[in-house]
Design a protein around this ligand. Structure first.
Ligand code: PLP
Length: 405
């Protein structure tokens, strides 16, 4: 078999379908978020406004976070120098874990190199090392959870998205004595919808199941201290595990789980994806701690963020640009065609200096391709007007349907 030919063929079919991923080569500007310089392939550059970042609050350039990271590098150097067990645990990691446990009202926390790894390793460990475990997984769960569950080779059931009645039906059919875990997210990042957390916890309680909530798109952003949707709704104590990332609203990098002391110690002691990898650089832990502390006591970023989300929605409505209604900060502008979605994104970038990555299969189902817009508190009125009028121009050119007011 000619493997080079095989690779090339598979890539050309991706291109034909409009699903080939082209990365925007960006240089973010600290102090001017969400502005960036884009490097084109021909070596020229362009100023762009980023409209699809998961640095939802601009914390990646927050003065306290930047200063904390500089200070930690000056103090401790760059890398951690080892796995957590073999010389890699730095005091900054310990402080960060305490901060996270406090954020979610849990006894303990454990950090991982990313949110992906935290889901993969924690779910993989809980589901494989607890004998007879049955995992109930929301149909739209993130790839990191799916991979963790798959890796565990445990019994699994997929319940319809956000459908606690379907979950109830599935749980009722299983052995009441079997240990059970329900895995779901609070804010689903592509549609921006929010899970009925209380109802899912009620069902889980009925069958004595553990609950595992991914709050990746909510930590820092919802709740009085940025503890997520479960904090906002007063439900944190009903979740066995709350998982999150340090790479989105907290603006740095890394992932974590929080839970009881024993559960966390169990994952710490048995998860391969935690044990056999170098600890996060101390500076990342220092930056994340500064970010979490800031967002625990400051609601200003959250309020400004929500206000800008409303402004973007109103501006799109004025231009008749259809966007998916949802109760979160994510504004999906539906296109419904992979090639058109890619075309729109290319023109927005090249001609308008607006960067919104097209979201195509397999991230979302075919025919639901979209531009996923993430407003931040740092987008200006002028940025918002420019975005809405650019989309309006393109909607006319592309003969896309408008929303009826
Ligand atoms: C991004 C994401 C993750 C992974 O987090 P990273 O820190 O980026 O690895 C996990 N869950 C969901 C729902 C996500 O969107």
């Amino acid at each position: 078999m000619n493997l080079e030919q095989f690779f090339a063929d598979r890539l050309s079919s991706l291109r034909e379908d409009g699903n080939y991923r082209v990365f925007a080569d960006l240089e973010r500007h600290a102090g001017e978020f969400p502005k960036a310089t884009r490097y084109r392939e021909d070596g020229s550059t362009q100023d762009v406004t980023v409209w699809c970042s998961n640095d939802y609050l601009g914390m990646g350039q927050n003065d306290k976070v930047v200063a904390a990271m500089h200070e930690a590098i000056d103090k401790c150097g760059t890398g951690a120098g080892g796995t957590r067990n073999i010389s890699g645990t730095n005091h900054y990691h310990v402080k960060l874990e305490r901060e996270l446990a406090d954020l979610h009202g849990k006894e303990a926390a454990l950090i991982f190199t990313s949110g992906y790894v935290s889901n993969w390793a924690a779910l993989g460990t809980l589901a494989s090392k607890v004998p007879g475990m049955i995992v109930y997984s929301d149909a739209l769960n993130h790839a990191s959870m799916i991979e963790g569950i798959r890796h565990a080779r445990c019994e699994k059931r997929i319940f319809r998205h956000n459908d606690w009645r379907d979950l109830d039906r599935l749980m009722a059919a299983d052995d009441p004595a079997a240990p059970k875990l329900v895995a779901f997210e609070s804010v689903y990042s592509m549609d921006g919808d929010i899970a009925p957390i209380a109802e899912i916890c009620d069902v889980a309680d009925k069958y004595n199941a553990m609950t595992y909530l991914d709050e990746v798109h909510a930590v820092g952003m919802y709740g009085p201290r940025g503890g997520g949707v479960a904090e906002r709704e007063g439900l944190m104590d009903r979740l066995t595990v709350i998982e999150g990332t340090l790479g989105k609203a907290f603006g740095v990098m890394g992932g974590y789980i929080t839970g009881t002391r024993n559960l966390i110690d169990f994952v710490r002691s048995f998860a391969s994806g935690f044990i056999f990898t170098t600890a996060l650089p101390p500076a990342l832990a220092a930056g994340a701690t500064a970010s979490i502390r800031h967002l625990k006591q400051s609601a200003a970023e959250r309020a400004a963020h929500q206000a800008n989300v409303a402004r973007v929605r109103a501006a799109l409505d004025r231009q008749g640009i259809p966007h998916m209604p949802n109760p979160s900060h994510i504004v999906p502008v539906m296109v419904g065609d992979a090639k058109k979605c890619k075309w729109l994104s290319d023109i927005l970038l090249d001609q308008y200096g607006i960067y919104v990555q097209p979201i195509n299969y397999p991230t979302v189902p075919v025919k639901t391709e979209r531009l996923r817009i993430t407003p931040t508190p740092l987008h200006t009125e002028a940025d918002i007007d420019h975005l809405a009028s650019a989309l309006s121009d393109l909607w006319s050119q592309c003969a896309l349907a408008r929303a009826v007011a």
